[in-house]
Every structure is written in structure tokens, then in C-alpha cells.
Design a protein around this ligand. Structure first.
Ligand SMILES: C[S@@+](CC[C@H](N)C(=O)[O-])C[C@H]1O[C@@H](n2cnc3c(N)ncnc32)[C@H](O)[C@@H]1O
Length: 259
């Protein structure tokens, strides 16, 4: 019997309601695809168009098609929209279990890390934070930590991260509790990054969109580093800066399938 025959829309909707407040919303096909690829636990996935989602999996992500076939329950469109008001155009959503903070902190604090940790010091823009998590996942960074009040697991950040919160360790910490490793703080007044090799255990810190690096982060920094920028340009966008710094780190490593 395939999953469509055995599906229980009422049971799936009940499961959704029971889990929604404590789970991570995966919004649309690409977020669910990424989460499954990086071993997220996904207890419930709903769609109003199962054949279309499975066809998309055939076309774009055959590696997750069997998992989706097993997971996806078809529900009427109005029921789905009542649960997920801003439904993604791919007409699907899922709930995932948030990884344990203890496990993430352990990964972030591992002494011999093989890839940097990105620190966002008091970021304000949820979209920027999501874009940074996507970059960190793409480059194989150990994780992204934020200081300040922004929740890096806020649904808008998860949406911006395209489900890639499960591919890197994402947590909020205090500046005093940053992961170990030399801190390279990015600031337009620092030394030119092109003269430096960033070590694999680097902690790459970036300032807030509005006010740059905090006094506490500057105090904790071992190096102040700048990205090349023409005079009269004040600064780059936060996520763009993270992308350039991670690219600089990766360019100092041998080419290969891993970032
Ligand atoms: C939008 S900028 C912040 C601008 C802010 N007005 C300031 O005074 O720094 C956000 C962050 O991106 C990084 N950044 C932007 N442009 C940079 C540059 N040219 N060199 C190094 N870091 C840069 C810094 O970490 C900065 O704190």
C-alpha cells in the first residue's frame, strides 16, 4: 500500500497542531529538502498537492523522494492554509525537531575544528541572519552564533536559511561565551584581509547592521580585519561581508568537494 492510500489527513493535522508550538516550521519544498538531506527529524509534512511535490522531487531532488513519499500527507488546501497562513508556492510545509542546544554547543566548542564559526554580533535583520546561515552551510562552517536579542531560529530566519539550519550549528550565546579560537573581527578600519590566512579554527565576527561591532566584541577580538572597499563607500551589507570572509577562508584551502 503506498502512502497516499494509507494517509490519515485528520491524524496528520492533529499531529501538526500538537507539535507546531515547539517545532521548526519548514516552509516549502526546498526547506524540507535541505532539512532531510542534513538529517533533521521531520515528524509531519503536509501538502495540498502530493503529486506535484513528488514530481518536483523527481525533477530536482530524487535523493529525498522516497523520504517525502513516506512523510507527505495530502490535506485540503483550506486546512493547510489555516495551519500555514503564508503557504509557500510549492504548497507544502513540514515541522522539524530543533537540534539540541547541548549538541550544538559541543560542536561549536570542539577544540580542533576544521572550519570557522561565524559570529553575528547583535544582528537586527532576520533576512540577513537567514542568508548568513545559508552561506555558512554552503561553505561547511562549523556554525553560526548570534549575540543580542535576535532569535536565530525565528521562523523568518529559518525561511531565509532555506532549511539549512540543520547543516550547521546555530545558537545564540553571550559574547563572554563565544566558542574558543582566534577571533577575527571584521571592520572597515581593520587590516586588509588579503594579507592574512584565516585558520580553520577561526571565529569570524561581524557587527550589527546599524552600529557595527560592539565594545565587548572589539575587546574580545584578536585581530581586526577589513574587506577591500573603495574610499567613500561606507560598508558592505552584513551577509555579503560574511560571504566574502568565508570565501577568503575557503580560498586558502585545497580545492575539493568539501568547502
Ligand atoms: C552594515 S555593516 C555595519 C556598518 C556600521 N555602520 C559600522 O559602523 O560598522 C555590518 C558589518 O559588516 C562587516 N563589514 C561591512 N563592510 C566591511 C568592510 N569593508 N570590511 C570589514 N567588515 C565589513 C562588519 O563586520 C560590519 O560591522
Amino acid at each position: 500500500m503506498n502512502r497516499t492510500d494509507g494517509a490519515d489527513p485528520e491524524g496528520a493535522v492533529r499531529a501538526w497542531r500538537g507539535l507546531a508550538d515547539t517545532s521548526v516550521l519548514l516552509d516549502g519544498f526546498h526547506a524540507v529538502k535541505h532539512a532531510l538531506r542534513f538529517d533533521a527529524r521531520v515528524p509531519v509534512a503536509l501538502t495540498s498537492d502530493r503529486p506535484a511535490v513528488l514530481a518536483l522531487a523527481d525533477e530536482l531532488a530524487p535523493d529525498v523522494k522516497d523520504a517525502l513519499d513516506e512523510l507527505l500527507t495530502q490535506v485540503p488546501d483550506d486546512r493547510l492554509r489555516a495551519l500555514v497562513p503564508r503557504l509557500h508556492p510549492t504548497a507544502m510545509a513540514a515541522l522539524a525537531v530543533r537540534p539540541s542546544r547541548a549538541a550544538n554547543l559541543e560542536a561549536l566548542r570542539r577544540p580542533s575544528r576544521s572550519a570557522p564559526v561565524v559570529v553575528l554580533d547583535d544582528p537586527r535583520n532576520l533576512g540577513n541572519a537567514g542568508a548568513v546561515i545559508r552561506l555558512a552551510a554552503g561553505f561547511g562552517a562549523t556554525g553560526v552564533v548570534t549575540t543580542g536579542t535576535l532569535d536565530p531560529w525565528h521562523p523568518t530566519v529559518v525561511r531565509g536559511g532555506a532549511g539549512l539550519h540543520f547543516a550547521t550549528a546555530v545558537e545564540r550565546v553571550e559574547v563572554a561565551d563565544l566558542p574558543p579560537g582566534p577571533v577575527f573581527a571584521l571592520d572597515a578600519e581593520g587590516d586588509d584581509i588579503r594579507g592574512l590566512k584565516l585558520p580553520d579554527d577561526a571565529v569570524l565576527a561581524f557587527g550589527s547592521e546599524r552600529s557595527g561591532l560592539s565594545a565587548a566584541l572589539r575587546e574580545r577580538a584578536d585581530h581586526l580585519v577589513s574587506l577591500p572597499m573603495r574610499p567613500q563607500v561606507s560598508s558592505y551589507n552584513l551577509a555579503t561581508s560574511v560571504g566574502m570572509a568565508l570565501f577568503h577562508w575557503s580560498a586558502g584551502r585545497p580545492p575539493g568537494p568539501e568547502a
